[in-house]
Design a protein. Structure first.
Length: 333
């Protein structure tokens, strides 16, 4: 459900930038947050228990996107940034553990997602962030102007840029100043706006921060293997979505020990295999119920299609995860 002055607000930044816009959204539905980001090829799954609350402040200045993104529950993100862009994310608030590409993410770390690369993020239970999407050609030019190192080499694959506290604070301050100005522009949309120049200076600061950081480009081989194992398990279970999850049978089919499987999921995801796989299936049921017309999809059918044979237990697990019953999701959709 969208909230806030009858829904999103959008306005041009100024007469000199007709292709620049601001949009604001508050939502109780993580799938609406997902769909609000046009140009992204991604998927959200809620894995933190309780009713979701989220907020977006989207701005687009020419080809540069800068937005504030708040998730009030832990979200599993998988996806690719808009075509031709490199995505960065800086935390404003991070409550609890977070993982980017299977690696623990500290508060001062900056997410780096290169052009065309799929990223995977397990957010903290509360994550307020600023995300930037910058055209690759522009960023490479800015980096080449300030370093003799090959900027392409710094952006080979998704990574975490380990920013110093001072540099991280500078990036946050610049982003927050930009977002405050965007909020002010919504109140006075006809006034001249400094946002285009602020966007360029923020991009310059991000480029300098990346050059001065200690990028963790290559995760340990063990982490890469664990991520592959988790992905194989998820694919295996997705192909058998209507069947109950049997960990011992799954391990037998994939020729891996239960201990190895548990360790991989705990390290990469932060949850046991059974817990995570069950929440994946609950998310599939949520989407089916949310998109259906009331009466068109039976709750029992959604449960059965995702391997839940006991309707009472399904409803209990569902409410624990999403903070509402399956019938409430169906009515709200």
């Amino acid at each position: 459900m969208q909230e806030l002055q009858d829904g999103p607000i959008s306005s041009p930044l100024n007469p000199m930038s007709p292709d620049a816009h601001i949009q604001r959204l508050q939502s109780q539905d993580f799938t609406e947050m997902e769909e609000a980001l046009g140009g992204w090829n991604h998927r959200y799954r809620q894995i933190g228990r309780g009713a979701f609350r989220g907020r977006l402040l989207l701005t687009q200045v020419g080809a540069i996107g800068i937005f504030q993104n708040l998730w009030g529950r832990s979200i599993h993100y998988q996806g690719v940034a808009p075509e031709g862009t490199i995505a960065f994310a800086v935390s404003l608030v991070q409550t609890g553990e977070a993982r980017w590409m299977g690696q623990p993410m500290a508060f001062d770390d900056m997410i780096v997602q290169p052009k065309g690369a799929e990223g995977e993020y397990i957010s903290a239970s509360l994550w307020d962030s600023v995300v930037l999407t910058i055209p690759e050609v522009d960023l490479l030019q800015r980096m080449a102007d300030i370093t003799d190192a090959d900027p392409v080499d710094m952006l080979r694959r998704p990574s975490l840029a380990r920013l110093s506290k001072e540099v991280a604070a500078q990036v946050r301050q610049a982003c927050m100043a930009y977002l405050r100005t965007a909020e002010q522009h919504l109140a006075k949309p006809d006034a001249p706006s400094p946002l285009p120049e602020m966007a360029k200076s923020t991009v310059d600061l991000v480029a300098r921060a990346l050059v001065s950081s200690r990028p963790a480009h290559d995760p340990k081989l063990s982490i890469r293997r664990q991520r592959r194992l988790v992905a194989n398990v998820v694919d295996y279970c997705d192909d058998r979505a209507d069947q109950p999850i049997q960990i011992h049978e799954l391990c037998h089919e994939l020729e891996v020990s239960e201990r190895t499987l548990r360790y991989a999921f705990q390290h990469v995801i932060g949850a046991s295999p059974l817990t995570f796989l069950k929440r994946q299936r609950l998310n599939r049921a949520y989407r089916a119920l949310h998109k259906a017309e009331p009466g068109a999809v039976l709750i029992k059918q959604a449960a059965h299609n995702n391997g839940f044979s006991h309707l009472g237990q399904f409803s209990q697990d569902y409410k624990q995860l999403f903070g509402e019953t399956p019938s409430e999701t169906l009515r709200r959709g």
